[in-house]
Design a protein around this ligand. Structure first.
Ligand SMILES: Nc1ncnc2c1ncn2[C@@H]1O[C@H](COP(=O)(O)OP(=O)(O)OP(=O)(O)O)[C@@H](O)[C@H]1O
Length: 349
């Protein structure tokens, strides 16, 4: 065990200020939003390392991590073990929602009564059959019923876990949220919800969306946003960091912590949109023909109304024979009634 003041992120990683604060939080529930590649899973792994190595999660209590997909649950378990070793890492239970629900059902099955009662050798199948079989969709609500009806079950969960991680929380359904609330609402367990919301850019101002807002209200969770994108080249990360320094100064990294010179950014001025379109088409052609960049790896972003702003550019691409895809057009087509019908049919076959 080490004192809290001596803890530093394991494996020498540099965490951005909000990730470091989140990893070391000892008193509040957290609602942490971030875009892809921001290091959400890494922050959870470092938080587990902090909680276990400093005994903030005091033996024999454990950390419960709930993810949506099996590979995400396995990834977090493996990363925590890499960070703090197999012994301490064994005190993290990383489950999917359904695996967590199944454990509760198996452990406290006798609590289920009447139409919900289940035999010990019940199975999970396509149909619900009284006493003998439940469906996948029944699992989370049945676990919730157990927790709500049995003080012993509720206390057992609360005594076992002092800290709870909720990964990919933007995908949390009403049933799953109800289970979390039944288990931990009003308890002393500290919850850390992380996820990727499209509105994450507003997270710094405390503006949360949907389930994150509900969670923040119900659990008085402190909102934090992560800004870094570890999958971006360092030059782009420094540019992102310059923007963070203006939007949310305390959350910016020291530029010296972003190592490397890969990636490039250029500001190009053109006399008019015609010249701009030709310039961009020539640059794309050069990237594809001379630098071996695949066209599918090149993105052109416009701030609004692609069909108006890109007419000249599309004409220039057509003139040079450059293949392109208009994402707006694809999305608009997908929202046509006929396309929705075809999509619904293919999903149901
Ligand atoms: N502080 C850090 N320093 C260096 N590399 C990091 C750091 N945090 C994360 N990474 C690396 O960046 C990549 C993305 O991290 P991670 O998987 O934790 O992000 P994520 O936000 O969970 O991603 P996704 O949104 O795709 O699920 C990984 O390769 C990870 O090892």
């Amino acid at each position: 065990m080490i004192p809290i003041a001596r803890w530093a992120p394991s494996d020498g990683l540099v965490l951005e200020p909000n990730a470091l604060d989140a990893a070391k939080e000892t008193a509040r529930n957290l609602a942490l939003t971030a875009g892809p590649g921001a290091g959400k899973t890494e922050m959870l792994a470092q938080r587990a390392d902090f909680l276990l190595r400093t005994a903030t999660c005091r033996y024999p209590r454990r950390i419960l991590a709930i993810s949506f997909k099996i590979d995400a649950a396995q990834n977090l378990r493996a990363r925590v073990r890499r960070r703090c070793g197999a012994d301490l890492g064994a005190r993290l239970d990383s489950y999917t929602f359904h695996a967590f629900a199944k454990r509760l059902i198996d452990q406290f099955r006798p609590v289920l009564k009447g139409a919900n009662a289940l035999d010990p050798d019940y199975s999970i199948g396509q149909r619900r059959v009284q006493r003998t079989s439940i469906t996948f969709a029944d699992m989370v609500p049945l676990a919730q019923t157990i927790i709500e009806n049995s003080r012993i079950a509720r206390n057992a969960v609360r005594q076992t876990y002092s800290h709870v991680f909720l990964d990919e929380f933007q995908d949390c359904t009403a049933d799953q949220y109800a289970l979390i609330t039944a288990c931990f609402g009003g308890s002393t367990c500290l919850l850390t919800a992380v996820g990727d919301t499209k509105q994450s850019i507003m997270g710094w101002a405390g503006a949360l969306e949907g389930i994150f807002q509900t969670f923040a209200d119900d659990f008085t969770a402190h909102p934090l946003n992560l800004y870094q994108n570890f999958r971006s080249a360092p030059t782009l990360r420094r540019m992102q960091n310059a923007m963070v320094r203006v939007m949310d100064p305390l959350a910016a990294l020291d530029d010296a912590d972003i190592v490397g010179n890969e990636g490039s950014i250029a500001i190009l001025n053109f006399a008019d949109d015609e010249e701009e379109a030709e310039g961009i088409a020539a640059r794309v052609q050069q990237l594809a023909d001379n630098d071996g960049v695949s066209l599918s790896e090149i993105a052109i972003l416009v701030s609004k109304q692609q069909q108006l702003y890109c007419q000249k550019l599309i004409a220039a691409f057509d003139a040079c024979g450059i293949a392109y895809r208009e994402e707006d057009a694809t999305q608009n087509l997908a929202s046509e009634p006929a396309a929705r019908l075809i999509s619904a049919l293919t999903k149901s076959v």
